[in-house]
Ligand binder design. Structure first.
Ligand code: 3HC
Ligand code: NAI
Length: 693
């Protein structure tokens, strides 16, 4: 049919085989191949048609690389109508993951058979889209409103068994999918089974359905704030009951096209490829085989060490968790246990699972217990002397091929590595707090870190479910370095006239998970205060950028942990509340520095903070600290609560226009603090040449 689709009669069954590695995406070749095969099957001696796939999975969706390019016939909705109305009985044979357009293909068949290990789902929402080939109309007709809302607005796949229960598949195959699907098709023909079409079902909404829909709308408005695809999915589900099938398809198409043209989808598609690109390391020696990590040592059972231990134990890796005293290590273990107790209470884990995980973690106060560890991650106090002492000891104890990693936020990996006789085995593995929750892992390459240790850290990151990004060495690495100008602009907006609540609300309404001042309160204002104590006045920069923070700490307002920082916190609910005392502190600081308050618009706040991020990001890229602009986007979306539907700071600024960025920063240079806005040459040059970053 085409080189990616074949068709053959096997007895009385016409078998369409798709073979388009890696995931059998519905590229133009696949669509044409299936269309041709269906035409042939309509006219030959087949009594039934089975669609199955070679390789690791059933069709995993439309070909995302074709989005944004001129569409080529046959279009998927037309192809699936051809399948739906086929004169022969049709069966989809599913293994791996039938996703998006792939699952919509299966839903357009009369029957669906799946291996027990298979999963099915409609993940389009994760790309800022909705199922656009009949999925929004066929799913509710087969499985009802509740299942459709869950499947399409979460985008998460479900198991074959769950799909069977919900009426989305009809039969589970036990072993040889192709043989069993063909036999199943023959049996259906022999039994004169009807050619069931989801499209022929009429759906009526009852009171409970209507309530579900209205609840989903309001829940999604909060949970997926600012995103348009989830609400459009609900519109489609409503249409599946209110309109006939053809009119419903038409409505789906309109809303699908609206999603496709929405910058949100471009941003989310960018993130899809950015996440996958981040796993790739340019210029690495491909013979650098990662070391297999079966045993890991973690030093420091505090906030970070405990969370990191959880990540490894959950992935089945044996952990030795070390601290200075029995009390310290016991406190660390107890904190881990408390976290798991909460998971059990919430039904996320069973008691048996927690017991199995906890049995992976061995507490200790002896570094000698790390002699057989394949990897050691240090998470002791953020103090270079202490870290160097720890690494010097590890050097005498650990086996020669062990990977020695530091979770430092700011210290130089090269200085730490110099404390050992094997700097090539040392690198940074920078987790984010809470380490068991946050997806980001910055893998920090020291000057001498070998390809093997980098490959090992990246592989380990994947194994424990992290999204890893490689960073070169600089103060704060990629993420925290960018945070400095961002936090500076937040502080300056406040000094110039915006209240903490206005700044945080402006950023949160724009899409940030949490505003910058609320984040400061969460992390603890004393951390920055202590860090500033070690800096000269020149290094600290403009006093307006930290005066209020200093005064808050000096007044005992350390943030959430002391019940007050930029806000007051309700002791029960932790709800933040604006505090007149803070306004008074800000006023005093303004007077001291001779600043007269003015009106700062939300738009100015957003532009200043986001451009501060992107401008520093461009410098990081230019210096070769980040491998690619999209890696920086991954860091911000996974580590700093940047909205994925805006695509990360680099994508956002690029999509908005580099010329706009240069103009706006030039205005800031003229109207604000000139020194704070040296436009990154990469942005200026790329804008001038009309090129991407
Ligand atoms: N189109 C194009 N390329 C795709 C693709 C797709 N739908 N899905 C995956 N790929 C590519 C990846 O970019 C990657 O390429 P690379 O090797 O060059 O980096 C390669 O296939 C392998 O992908 P993964 O690394 O993600 O492999 P995994 O085995 O970890 O995961 C998967 C496989 C679960 C299928 C995962 O790739 C996935 O979730 N894919 C996206 C599925 C999806 O979103 N489908 C819906 C598409 S939109 C749609 O169908 C619209 C329709 O309603 C009209
Ligand atoms: P923490 O103070 O909660 O824990 C540090 C632990 O290390 C303490 O239990 C302490 O007893 C132990 N320790 C200190 N010296 C030791 C030694 N010589 N041998 C054995 N144990 C020793 O600190 P936290 O927050 O967990 O930070 C640890 C590291 O992680 C720091 O480098 C920090 O910069 C970094 N980090 C912290 C983040 C955070 O949000 N807290 C985020 C990312 C990195």
């Amino acid at each position: 049919m085409t080189d990616v689709v074949s068709y053959a009669l096997e007895g009385t069954v016409g078998v369409i085989r798709v073979n388009n590695p890696p995931v059998n995406a519905l590229s133009h070749g696949v669509r044409s191949g299936i269309a041709n095969a269906l035409t042939t099957a309509a006219q030959d001696g087949s009594e039934a048609v089975v669609i199955l796939c070679e390789g690791r999975t059933f069709i995993a969706g439309a070909d995302i690389t074709e989005f944004g390019k001129p569409p080529k016939a046959p279009y998927l909705p037309d192809l699936l109508n051809q399948l739906d109305n086929h004169p022969k009985l049709t069966v989809a044979a599913i293994h791996g993951t039938a996703l998006g357009g792939g699952f919509e293909t299966a839903l357009s068949c009369n029957y669906r058979v799946a291996l027990a290990s298979a999963k099915v789902g409609l993940p389009e929402v994760k790309l800022g889209l909705l199922p656009g080939a009949g999925g929004t109309q066929r799913t509710p007709r087969l499985a009802g409103v509740a299942t459709s809302i869950e499947l399409m607005t979460s985008g998460n796949p479900i198991s074959a068994e769950a799909a069977l229960q919900k009426g989305l598949i009809d039969h589970i195959a036990t072993d040889n999918l192709a043989e069993e699907a063909i036999a199943y098709a023959k049996r259906l023909v022999a039994d004169q089974a009807p050619q069931r079409q989801a499209s022929a079902i009429t759906l009526a909404l009852d009171e409970a359905d209507r309530e579900l829909i209205s609840k989903a709308r309001s829940t999604l408005a909060k949970k997926t704030r600012g995103e348009s695809a989830p609400q459009r999915i609900i519109d489609c589900i409503e249409a599946s009951a209110e309109l006939d099938f053809d009119a419903g398809l038409k409505r789906e198409r309109e809303l699908f096209m609206a999603c496709m043209e929405d910058p949100q989808s471009a941003a989310l598609r960018h993130m899809f490829f950015a996440e996958r690109a981040a796993a790739k390391i340019d210029g690495i020696d491909t013979s650098a085989e990662p070391t297999e990590v079966k045993r890991v040592g973690i030093i420091g059972a505090g906030t970070m060490g405990g969370g990191i231990a959880m990540c490894f134990a959950q992935a089945g890796v044996q952990v030795t968790l070390i601290d200075m005293s029995d009390e310290a290590v016991a406190a660390g273990i107890s904190k881990i246990k408390t976290n798991y107790d909460i998971s059990v209470k919430r039904g996320r884990l069973s008691l048996d699972q927690v017991e199995a995980i906890m049995s992976q973690i061995k507490p200790s106060t002896h570094f000698e217990d790390l002699a057989d560890a394949d990897m050691v991650i240090e998470a002791v106090f953020e103090n270079l002397a202490v870290k160097k002492e720890v690494f010097a000891r590890l050097d005498t104890i650990c086996k020669q091929d062990a990977v020695l990693a530091s979770n430092t936020s700011y210290q130089s990996i090269d200085d730490i590595a110099a404390a050992t006789s094997r700097p090539e085995s040392v690198l940074g593995m920078h987790f984010f707090s809470p380490a068991n929750v946050m997806k980001l892992l910055e893998v920090v390459k020291g000057d001498k870190s070998s390809d093997r240790v980098i490959a090992t850290a990246m592989a380990v990151g994947k194994r424990i479910g992290k999204t890893s990004v490689l960073s070169g060495m600089c103060y704060g690495f990629i993420g925290n370095r960018m945070l400095r100008p961002y936090a500076r602009e937040a502080a300056l907006c406040m000094m110039e006239g915006a209240s903490p609540s206005q700044i945080d609300a402006a950023m949160e309404n724009w899409g940030m998970a949490m505003g910058p001042l609320a984040v400061g309160d969460l992390a603890g204002l004393d951390i920055g205060y202590k860090a500033r104590e070690q800096l000269s006045d020149e290094q600290k920069g403009d006093p307006a950028s930290y005066r209020v923070a200093d005064r808050l700490v000096e007044a005992g307002r350390l943030g959430q942990k002391s019940g007050a920082g930029y806000y007051r916190y309700d002791p029960e609910t932790r709800q933040r509340m604006a505090d007149p005392e803070v306004d008074a502190i800000i006023d005093t600081c303004r007077d001291e520095l001779g600043i007269v308050a003015r009106t700062v618009s939300d738009e100015e706040i957003v532009d200043r903070l986001i451009l501060a991020l992107a401008n520093e990001g461009a410098r990081i890229l230019d210096e070769g600290i980040a491998q690619r602009a999209s890696d920086i986007d991954v860091v911000y979306c996974y580590g700093y609560g940047f909205p994925r539907h805006r695509g990360g700071p680099m994508h956002f600024v690029q999509a908005r226009g580099l010329t706009w960025a240069v103009q706006r920063m030039t205005e800031f240079q003229q109207n604000l603090h000139q020194d704070n806005w040296p436009i990154a040459s990469l942005i200026a040059d790329s804008a001038e040449r009309g090129e991407a970053l």
